[in-house]
Design a protein around this ligand. Sequence first.
Ligand SMILES: [Zn+2]
Length: 278
Amino acid sequence: MTSFRVRSILTASLAAGIWVAYTQQQPPPELTVTKVHDDLHVIVGSGGNVTVYETPEGVVLVDDKFEPNVPQILAKTKSVTSKPIRYLLNTHQHGDHTGGNAKLMEQGVEIIAHENARLNMEERKMPGLPRLSFANQFTVRLGGKTIRAQHFGRGHTNGDAVIYFPARKTIHMGDMFVSSAPFVDYANGGSGVEWPRTLDRVLTLDFDTVIPGHGPILRRADLVKWKQGWEQFREELLSKKRSGMAKDEIGKGLNVDPFFGTGGKWERSFSAFWDEVK
Ligand SMILES: [Zn+2]
């Protein structure tokens, strides 16, 4: 099962707590580590990508998958650095990116998220609420290195943070960038109309490497292309709407692959996006 499908199941059933049963039924899948730089690795597989950034004074993680993945996240981190994990930045509140929060907090890891992400977690009674939150920007300075979490606007949710590693010209996008059709979480303040505009602001950063929320590591050009696909898709639907087509006429037969690449479940976002686009 792909991580994307796991995420879909999770998102659909999070409120009911079914995901807990689902993830506990079977041992979590084996994770793999991809090296981006000597001090920057990504743990891939099951749930969202986890970035491991090493500094002389400790490690900064981005996201922590599902709760059952924590032992492996710790083991994989240990396989690339002997330093302790000090901070963890959540890109947004979804359970495949924050599932390990509670366990990591027990280990003394300080967790940081955007205010809205924290609020969304709180409203849904999710475990592992971050103790630190921010509105626009939060900077961690550790061991002579800088890590910056920035909120550029609405997109996947209303509390997405892009994590920037300036020394490595690398950004971790969370689910603001996936190499498939996007999921706009309208229930958590997401916006398909704002999303590409938010990406425009992300692109003002100086970076060449992009860690998406799920899947393999990509380049700046991939994000530019995906953002352009978003804009074209928005225009396409807008022109359909203006031409008088009804929502029901389009919904089922819509092929979004030309805009976003294959995969993803656009149907989940279609109805609310159609209403939003003007
Ligand atoms: Zn998400």
